[in-house]
Design a protein around this ligand. Structure first.
Ligand SMILES: Nc1ncnc2c1ncn2[C@@H]1O[C@H](COP(=O)(O)OP(=O)(O)OP(=O)(O)O)[C@@H](O)[C@H]1O
Ligand SMILES: [Mg+2]
Length: 364
């Protein structure tokens, strides 16, 4: 998969700018605050319908404007794919090959993208929601139905949560809760299965990468911890029983205690939680391995590598890991966009672009 070009109009600090990208490595160089990340964010938004930085489109609008437009030309299976994203008067509109999309799932996952920035260390250091998000984002790109599944699940969770907090009489609450629980089980099972399946495949792909990053000395394991059970199968068969057991407690504490909205992805280094024991460098290796594993999984499933967007990543890695990443990208011919400041340029090949005050110029 490739991006040929993108145009950004009134998006962040861009008034009206177009860039043509090349196969292989594209390096965006500029001082701080010039607009490098904004380009990466624009491409990510065009492909996923979401920003990884903010929740509201309003913040993506160039200051004092009320509409932004993004246009991109991509290549998939040697065919051109045109994507457009428009935001005007607080309304979103997306088109793929000139046809309007009704839902996110109509276009998300057409062209896949993997984004990697130093903030991704939250996958290790942060709470379970960060790791669930990592899994869900990947699944959503592969199976757009996962987004609707999560939306439906979250709606039920909200409704059950509201019921638990309401002043409804206890005996009435019991019967109502049972109704929500049935739906939580039905939707929750599918979420658990999707996440557990991805986790297994991530482990298979990430482990050899992690091994070569650590000269075979350390082992990476990932385990999807569904409903606190050892396996997804066990969690699913005991789902209903666990809910019954916790019902009383849920009512007393006004909290939903059973369901995949509380699950975690355990990232283990030599069998111990990376969050608690991995050093800073080991944490970077864990995240790097998982990101590269994602690239491999998409390639296996779609037959083509996704686009790779690396924002400020190279300067954060030590020489060994940096060289490994660059070799990986070059040998698999993944089209990559890399941002950096001039002081950090460690690459000797690739197309160079300079980014200055919302203008981009190709240098080589
Ligand atoms: N909605 C917006 N409208 C106009 N300008 C914005 C908007 N949001 C951010 N900016 C500006 O865009 C500029 C560039 O931001 P960006 O994050 O792309 O910088 P960068 O080149 O990646 O810098 P760094 O090297 O520090 O990461 C910033 O100066 C910021 O003030
Ligand atoms: Mg930046």
């Amino acid at each position: 998969m490739m991006i040929n070009n993108i145009s950004l109009q009134n998006f962040r600090n861009y008034v009206d700018e177009s860039i043509q990208f090349m196969p292989g490595t594209n390096i965006l160089i500029g001082d701080n605050g010039q607009g490098k990340t904004n380009i990466i964010e624009g491409i990510y938004y065009l492909l996923t319908g979401k920003s990884y930085r903010v929740h509201r489109e309003q913040e993506l609008l160039r200051w004092e404007q009320n509409e932004f437009h993004l246009y991109g030309e991509f290549i998939l299976n040697k065919n051109k794919v045109y994507l457009e994203s428009h935001y005007k008067n607080r309304k979103k509109m997306v088109r793929i090959n000139q046809v309007s999309c009704q839902r996110l799932s109509d276009f998300v996952g057409t062209i896949n993208v993997i984004f990697f920035s130093p903030d991704d260390l939250v996958m290790i250091k942060g709470g379970p929601s960060e790791r669930r998000r990592f899994l869900d984002l990947h699944i959503a790109q592969m199976r757009p139905g996962h987004v609707s599944l999560l939306n439906a699940y979250n709606k039920v969770i909200q409704q059950k949560g509201a019921l638990l907090k309401s002043y409804t009489e206890k005996h009435f609450k019991y019967s109502q809760i049972q109704l929500w629980n049935e739906q939580i089980i039905e939707l929750g099972k599918k979420i658990i299965l999707n996440r557990a399946d991805l986790t297994q495949r991530l482990q298979d792909a990430a482990n050899p990468i992690y091994k070569s990053l650590t000269s075979n000395k350390e082992k990476l394991q990932v385990h999807y911890n569904a409903l606190g059970k050892k396996t997804a199968a066990e969690a699913i068969s005991e789902f209903s029983k666990l809910m019954d057991e916790k019902l009383e407690q849920e009512i007393d504490r006004q909290l939903i205690l059973v369901g995949p909205h509380r699950d975690d992805l355990q990232i283990l280094l030599d069998g111990k939680p990376g969050r608690l024991y991995a050093s800073q460098g080991q944490q970077r290796s864990l995240v790097l391995s998982l990101k590269l594993a994602e690239l491999e999984l998409i390639q296996q499933e779609k037959g083509e590598y996704p686009l790779l967007l690396l924002d400020d990543v190279l300067s954060e890695l030590d020489r060994f890991r940096r060289d490994y990443l660059i070799r990986f990208i070059e040998s698999s011919r993944i089209q990559t966009l890399i941002t950096m400041t001039s002081a950090d340029n460690h690459l000797d090949s690739g197309t160079l672009y300079s980014v200055k005050q919302g203008h981009i110029r190709r240098e080589t």
